[in-house]
Design a protein around this ligand. Structure first.
Ligand code: NAD
Length: 473
């Protein structure tokens, strides 16, 4: 039954499960759950060969309890209204879980980007932005898009340029979209932020000895075997940072096949191989698994779905061999699969928490754009001169001469360091809150899993916002 539910119905199933552990009025819960507004628009584009094609695009603003709303733009053939609303809802809960003051939104265009030339994609993106402007679905204080599946900094740059050309308020227009290229008011660390956040979240979860023991694992990421599905922005960065944290990335699954090496894959070399050949398949230092779906059933400690929704289902959840499923993608596990995984004692770290790194760093970018000041710049000059004086004093007192390298490593934090430490703090704090909720319920004999705990925390935070708005006395 649950497998045939739409994506938005599945999100609401998870919400309802958590709502039962709260005592808010039904009307308030209904208001939190419902999508506040959505828009489907169609427009024609002239293709390079002269033919005319109708393009379908959507934008959904799930919750206006905080403004602006925030969420990525996705290019995929699977995009439809239900998917966009479901993803916008997940954004609402995600922002609440990591305490980023946005409502949730999402947008998408139904297309396979590989079928279009660069200039066709630019025309489509600019026209989509024009539609968003016309319908008041974009603006620094209204609704702020970002990259998602099938889009990147390039599309964000086209959105920014189209918006600023038409914006009456040029001063703040730079905050109309995040995930921009650095040279166009983007922020250092945004590109890898979602993958980095996944690793910070995993690091925190795996640091708790008691929880790891119950999964038959030792504490820490060191030596843990990991299989990653989807080698795009999120999957690649998660794999790269996992490898840097001493985990062993033993499998990578892509749309056309999977590769496996129990000793561990060199993530950068796999990326280079894909850049040269167009595929991870054929990577020399690994076994090729022709059917990518089989990759999800590989033995490993941590399985990281980082591609699309509905990947772990009633059909394959009993075959998952991992002890932890780390949801880097949005909605990769259906409610039925989730129940099977919980039943089997597998820990599922939910998307609403684990992939919040992107929106967290987008929040930093948006704040920086609105303040028109580079992060760390104000304090940096003071810090630099203080450090210089301190090094000089140490040299004078000890007679020791610091090398240039040593001076560099003592140098103050740059923007990326600040972004990463803000992201790390956010992921640690949100995980601790999630775990506290689980423990509080466990002491009352309620078996609350991580996803339900995350939803409970989101509901509390959103309910508080509504109460502050005076809507529910
Ligand atoms: P992306 O387009 O950069 O990469 C997706 C990758 O998945 C591609 O390499 C694609 O070939 C691969 N893929 C597609 N279908 C697959 C399948 N069935 N099996 C294996 N591989 C498959 O997208 P992304 O930005 O990395 O997004 C991935 C997921 O993470 C999505 O669910 C997205 O909503 C979520 N997410 C992304 C961000 C972000 O900042 N980009 C933030 C939060 C969540």
């Amino acid at each position: 039954m649950a497998e045939s539910l739409s994506f938005f119905q599945k999100v609401n199933t998870d919400f309802d499960k958590a709502a039962r552990f709260t005592d808010y009025p039904l009307g308030l819960l209904e208001q939190i759950k419902i999508c506040n507004s959505s828009c489907h628009f169609t427009f024609p584009i002239k293709r390079d060969d002269g033919t005319i094609q109708t393009i379908h695009g959507w934008r959904a603003e799930h919750s206006h309890h905080n403004l602006p709303t925030k969420g990525g733009i996705r290019y995929s053939t699977l995009v439809n209204e239900d998917e966009i609303i479901a993803l916008a809802a997940l954004m609402t809960y995600k922002c609440a879980i990591v305490d980023v003051p946005f409502g949730g939104a999402k947008g998408g265009i139904q297309l396979d980007r590989n079928q279009y030339s660069e200039s066709e994609l630019e025309r489509i993106t600019r026209r989509y932005t024009y539609e968003l402007i016309q319908k008041n679905y974009i603006g620094p204080g209204v609704d702020v898009p970002a990259p998602d599946f099938g889009t990147s900094e390039t599309e964000m740059a086209w959105i920014f340029d189209t918006y600023i050309t038409m914006a009456p308020d040029k001063l703040n227009a730079i905050a109309c979209v995040t995930g921009k290229p650095i040279e166009q008011n983007g922020i250092h660390g945004r590109r890898g932020a979602t993958g980095r956040g996944v690793v910070y979240g995993l690091e925190e979860a795996c640091s708790i000895e008691e929880d790891m023991k119950s999964l038959g694992l030792t504490a820490g990421l060191h030596g843990k075997s990991v299989v990653v599905q989807g080698f795009g922005n999120v999957g690649y960065h998660a794999a790269k940072f996992l490898m840097e944290s001493d985990a062993r990335v033993t499998g990578i699954i892509e749309i056309d096949g999977a590769i496996y090496n129990p000793k561990g894959l060199d993530v950068e070399k796999v990326a280079e191989h894909r850049a040269e050949t167009g595929s991870i398949c054929g990577y020399p230092d690994a076994e090729l698994i022709k059917n990518p779906n089989d990759g999800l059933e590989l033995a490993c400690d941590i399985l990281v779905p980082a591609a699309l929704e509905n990947q772990l289902t009633a059909a394959n959840a009993s075959e998952v061999k991992a002890a932890i499923v780390a949801e880097a993608a949005n909605g990769p596990t259906t409610p039925t699969a989730d129940a099977i995984l919980q039943e089997r004692g597998i820990m599922v770290i939910p998307d609403t928490y684990l992939n919040a790194g992107g929106v967290t760093v987008s929040y930093f970018e948006w704040l920086r754009n609105l303040s028109h000041v580079q992060l760390g710049r104000l304090g940096k000059r003071f810090e630099d001169s203080t450090q210089h004086a301190m090094l000089h004093a140490v040299e004078k007192a000890t007679g020791y001469q610091f090398s240039n390298e040593e001076r560099q490593s003592i140098h103050g934090a740059d923007e990326e360091d600040l972004v990463n430490s803000g992201l790390q703090d956010t992921m640690i704090r949100a995980y601790q809150e999630l775990r506290e909720t689980r423990m509080a319920h466990r002491s009352k004999n309620d078996d609350v899993d991580c996803r339900t705990a995350a939803f409970i925390n989101a509901i509390h935070r959103i309910a508080q916002s509504y109460m502050q708005l005076g809507i529910f006395p």
